[in-house]
Design a protein around this ligand. Structure first.
Ligand code: BG6
Length: 493
């Protein structure tokens, strides 16, 4: 076989998040996270946050920054279904699942730690030992197979208590709580973990503004998002610094939702609007975390929406001292920006806007655009000169299981093949790409809709949107295909 284009120690693997796989939502001292009060949804119906207000149950769409009504307290309603409470029960199946990952030849496995297993409310002085022990067992199991954990410290699962108390990161006390939590992890898992990511898709706070600001009706949504981001940037930077002090070889990355934007027309107004969308959605967060300071266009973004931030000199020093060691991102799709009126629109998670007639869209409105991945990789390589990792990529699709328990998911294989090929072209172009973890390497609960039927995995999990099913695991056709990809270091596509 020809020598591979991929580096010889390339980190092939898969990615997940605690709240989407673990279940065991109230076991061994775990506290409630925001996701634990989020109901199931579908393409047509948003997920809801449940609460009690004056002793009565209520619910409100789980929209970012929207939060609960004044005076309401997040609560579980026994009459509702919460898909994350059991999820795929990784909490009790982790040995079986890791064995399957090892069989595919995974070099790395991306997982997140549920903050509320370690600090159930978030403000405790001492961590919950049972929570620490669980992840130690998981990391030891991975070590058995030489699978390197890639650990997200916070993946859409803030402690409910802290989130309510500090109104979704509107108080700088959140910084201390986060750094306390991250520091415990860095000390506890020294020798077991090398790669850490501070916040999953940190830029989702600004991406969401495109989708929901029209509903907010004023600039308060922007004020909320930019202030939240500032505190998270400082928290991330201080965590990076702490990690390096505890163990200099730790590699700590940021994690950006990598949506690629194209202008719809050559109208210079579209070109400029597209550039500005890159600045707001992608570069704003990437620059602060990778370059250690706010970019010059930040002032324009704040002024456009009358945003005034609480930023101290110490914060700015912390940002400089806590630059990330690697730039990681998720990549699913591209979107189109225009200043013109369009008839043909599409509404994927973060990518609402004009439809791109050159691309195909999934049932959920997500475009398939492998060239977009190459484009993104080349841009970020030039801008940051850091090792890059694609830590999420994949196709959410409805799978059909045959009577003999097979899933013929050639559409998934096709999608992944095209994206791996795009990464290969980027590497040939000089991009310093060190790893690739496909999203939802085992079927899991969708973050956007709460569905199980939006499947991403190489491994099928028998569970449906209402919570029925045996939770048994089955290998899909893509399982053997990915095994072959890893064994050939990306050559046998
Ligand atoms: C990313 C998130 O945005 O996309 C994941 O980091 C999420 O948590 C993934 O699951 C896919 O989105 P969805 O809505 O299909 O689960």
């Amino acid at each position: 076989m020809n020598e591979s284009v991929f580096p010889k120690d390339f980190l092939w693997g898969g990615a997940t998040a605690a709240n989407q796989i673990e279940g065991g939502y109230n076991e061994d001292g775990k506290g409630l996270s925001v996701t634990d009060i989020t109901t199931a949804g579908s393409l047509k119906h948003p997920r809801m946050l449940t609460y009690t207000l004056n002793g009565k149950p209520g619910k409100t769409p789980a929209l970012p920054g929207a939060g609960l009504p004044e005076g309401a307290v997040g609560a579980i309603d026994p009459n509702e279904y919460y898909p994350n409470h059991v999820a795929i029960d990784f909490y009790h199946h982790y040995k079986e699942d890791i064995k399957l990952f090892a069989e595919m030849g995974f070099k790395t496995f991306r997982l997140s730690i549920a903050w509320t297993r370690i600090f159930p409310k978030g403000d405790e002085k001492e961590p919950n030992q049972a929570g620490l022990d669980f992840y130690r067992r998981v990391f030891e199991e991975l070590k058995k197979y030489n699978i390197e954990p890639l650990v997200t410290i916070s993946h859409y699962e803030d402690p409910l208590y802290l989130s309510e108390k500090y109104h979704d990161w509107q108080d700088r006390k959140m910084i201390d709580e986060y750094v306390k939590y991250a520091t415990v992890l860095f000390k506890e898992y020294k020798g077991l973990v090398k790669y850490w990511l501070t916040f999953n898709e940190i830029n989702s706070a600004v991406l969401m503004l495109n989708m929901f600001s029209q509903h907010a009706g004023d600039d308060s949504a922007f004020q909320h998002a930019y202030q939240k981001l500032h505190y998270q940037f400082v928290a991330s930077a201080r965590a990076v610094k702490a990690a390096h002090e505890i163990y200099p070889n730790y590699m700590v990355g940021n994690m950006i939702c990598g949506i690629v934007s194209y202008p719809l027309t050559p109208d210079p107004k579209d070109i400029l609007a597209c550039r500005h969308s890159w600045e707001q959605n992608i570069y704003y967060c990437g620059d602060v975390q990778a370059l250690g300071e706010y970019p010059s266009f930040a002032k324009r973004l704040w002024n456009e929406h009358n945003v005034h931030l609480d930023i101290t000199d110490q914060d700015l020093a912390d940002l400089k001292a806590g630059k990330v060691d690697m730039y990681t991102f998720s990549y699913y799709m591209s979107t189109v920006v225009t200043t013109h009126e369009v008839k043909d629109t599409v509404g994927g998670n973060f990518s609402a806007g004009a439809k791109n007639s050159y691309l195909k869209y999934s049932e959920w409105g997500w475009s398939t655009d492998p060239e977009g991945l190459q484009y993104y990789l080349e841009l970020m390589n030039d801008r940051y000169h850091l090792p890059l990792m694609v830590v999420e990529n994949g196709l959410g699709a409805v799978d059909k299981m045959t009577a003999d328990h097979k899933v013929h998911d050639d559409y998934r294989i096709d999608y992944l093949r095209q994206h791996i090929s795009a990464m290969k072209d980027a590497i040939k172009d000089g991009v310093n790409l060190i790893g690739y973890t496909t999203w939802g390497c085992i079927d899991l609960v969708s973050a956007g809709t709460g569905q199980m039927s939006k499947r991403y995995g190489f491994i099928y999990v028998d569970r449906d949107d209402q919570g029925n099913g045996s939770l048994k695991r089955y290998k899909k056709d893509s399982f053997d295909w990915y095994k072959k990809i890893i064994a050939s270091n990306g050559e046998d596509l």
